[in-house]
Design a binder for this molecule. Structure first.
Ligand code: SAH
Length: 213
């Protein structure tokens, strides 16, 4: 399915009605065709505001949740951003529109391969996809201006808190995987971290170690 005008309009309408107001975020989401990140049977539902299944038993997040998380992250053009949970690559592609450089990590080698191929095909050159356990962050590339986690942990992982620059922002879902989770925004200050609760959400769990595909 092509990302035609009507599909775009419907998606932007859904995003706005869910509270996505930031013009740059809306523009990025109009630019990135979600249909390219969803395969097979589900591709015809790519422009609906719902999560959809992807390979390896994972999900591509609901567009309005992607929009709200991206908005809360307040990405700046010169930022170096880490995403934990590449999945389909959709969220990373949106971050790539807003930031200078994006590193995205996934524990499933198959998802990593597919996302790399897709970014190459779509000519998205400022995203690096890495296979690994993202709960440890990426010590080689740290510190980051922004960190976005798209899988739920019980608490914010310590290495990620430590890899955030002073003044940096991290947005992540926290809570038990089968119970209510909350999206939180963490800001690193000179002498610690400030926490703000945004809304209830539901994400797949952040698991330790690499997956064997
Ligand atoms: N951002 C994705 C949605 C991803 S779903 C998108 O736009 O499509 C969550 C992803 O987190 C899954 O792909 C899962 O494999 C990954 N994940 C879970 N625990 C992880 C960990 N410790 N390190 C890296 N990735 C992890």
């Amino acid at each position: 399915m092509s990302f035609d005008a009507e599909a775009k309009m419907q998606l932007v309408f859904a995003l706005r009605s869910q509270g996505v107001r930031d013009a740059r975020v809306l523009q990025a989401m109009e630019t990135v065709d979600r249909g390219a990140f969803v395969r097979g049977l589900f591709s015809e539902r790519a422009y609906e505001d719902m999560p959809l299944p992807i390979a390896c038993g994972q999900t591509i997040s609901q567009p309005s949740v992607v929009g709200l998380m991206t908005q809360a992250l307040n990405v700046q053009p010169r930022d170096k951003v880490l995403e934990v949970g590449c999945g389909s690559g959709y969220q990373a592609a949106i971050l790539a529109q807003l930031a200078r450089r994006v590193y995205t990590v996934d524990r499933h080698p198959r998802l990593v391969r597919e996302a790399r191929d897709l970014f190459a095909r779509l000519d998205i050159s400022n995203v690096t996809v890495i296979a690994g356990d993202g709960s440890r962050g990426l010590p080689d590339q740290a510190p980051f201006d922004r960190i976005l986690v798209t899988a739920a942990a019980e608490d914010p992982p310590g290495p990620l808190l430590a890899q955030l620059k002073i003044g940096g922002i991290m947005v992540l879902p926290v809570g038990q995987s089968d119970a209510v989770q909350h999206l939180i925004k963490v800001t690193r200050t000179d002498d610690g971290h400030e926490y703000e609760e945004l809304r209830a959400v539901r994400f797949v769990p952040l698991l330790e170690g690499m997956a064997r595909d």
